[in-house]
Design a protein around this ligand. Sequence first.
Ligand code: CTP
Length: 400
Amino acid sequence: MLSGKRIILGVTGGIAAYKAAFLLRALQKAGAEVRVTMTPSATRFVGAETFSSLSKHEVAVDVFPENSSATQSWTQHISWGEWADLFVIAPCTANTLSKIAAGAADNMLTSTVLAARCPLLICPTMDGEMYESPAVQKNLDTVQEFGYNLLEPAEGYLASGLEGKGRLPDTDLILEECNAILKKNKSEGPLSGQKVVVTAGPTREHIDPVRFISNPSSGKMGFAMAEAAERLGADVTLIHGPVNISKPAGITSIEIKSANELFEKVKEHANADVIIMTAAVSDFSPKEVHSQKVKKDTADSTIQLKQTPDILAWLGDQKKDGQVLIGFAMETENLLENAQVKLKKKSADWIVANALNKEDSGFASDKNKVHLLGAKETIQIEGLKSDVARKVLSHIFRNN
Ligand code: CTP
């Protein structure tokens, strides 16, 4: 479950903070990407540099960092809160627990708790009789009422020399709990148990072995759609053309080259519950494909083209009951009118329309500005492609 998952590790100011470094390594070993947020007092136990070196990412401590850079701004708690699949606070002191119970937002860790959309695992860790104190017990009840997950501390030798309940549980146990939470979360998602096919990237229509017709699609939007569907609980199959981005972990992916190959693979998966056609499919392929490189002395100056199959339109014709078809539309003019035509003509349920000539949108950008068109409504969504993907699917599958 942890492979490819994005985890925020929150570290608070207790002696067990040093154990969080081992937890970070274990999460990474299990395939997770980890970012760390520390409370200011945690940095008195372990330097932020330890965690930034291990996580290969800046550690978030202050809401208003002194040397604020583009990657660490005061709104970071919001973007991290949206980024994460799971937030683990280990160790969590009585102080931070009380702040979470009260809804405080006085540092990056507590602010991120409020901003997080993902499940939270709190590992309360404290010395002596603190854990049994009425205030701590009340706060533990409160955070559970909020829906947060708790992992009880282990019993044993404590830093003060006392014996009791308060130790940070073994790393293996925390990992087991993380797995269980992610599994439960997936089974509760609106796309849980549903088969979702996402197509992404460009197609290549070869003229000869060294030349082809294609387009600059990076695959970023399609990959983001696949990841967003997986986060909503779906079993995702990603069918993609040639791209230079890394494959999303934990998602079955199939590589194709041409529009025809894509069509064949889509046909094999045409019974999926949801099909998302993000691929920038070439509309034409050469009538003749040369088996050897065409030499310029003998080449004809014109290339005869034929139309490729319109895969989305084919899916629209075959559509089974309850199946949801989502298409994309890339336009350079009359965005909404053209997208509306595609919605009807291809019998899609939704079209995500984006304009090529706008700043912060289009092929290679990390961001996108889209209109989501349905039979009854059109809404605008913009942001990082990952946010746009998540918002598109949340709108379609949480509102329905
Ligand atoms: N599409 C498809 N098969 C094709 C061409 C496009 O399935 N041969 C899908 C795309 O994946 C997208 C939608 O149809 O989901 C719209 O693609 P777009 O390129 O915007 O439109 P076209 O249908 O190609 O129309 P036009 O080129 O006239 O804009």
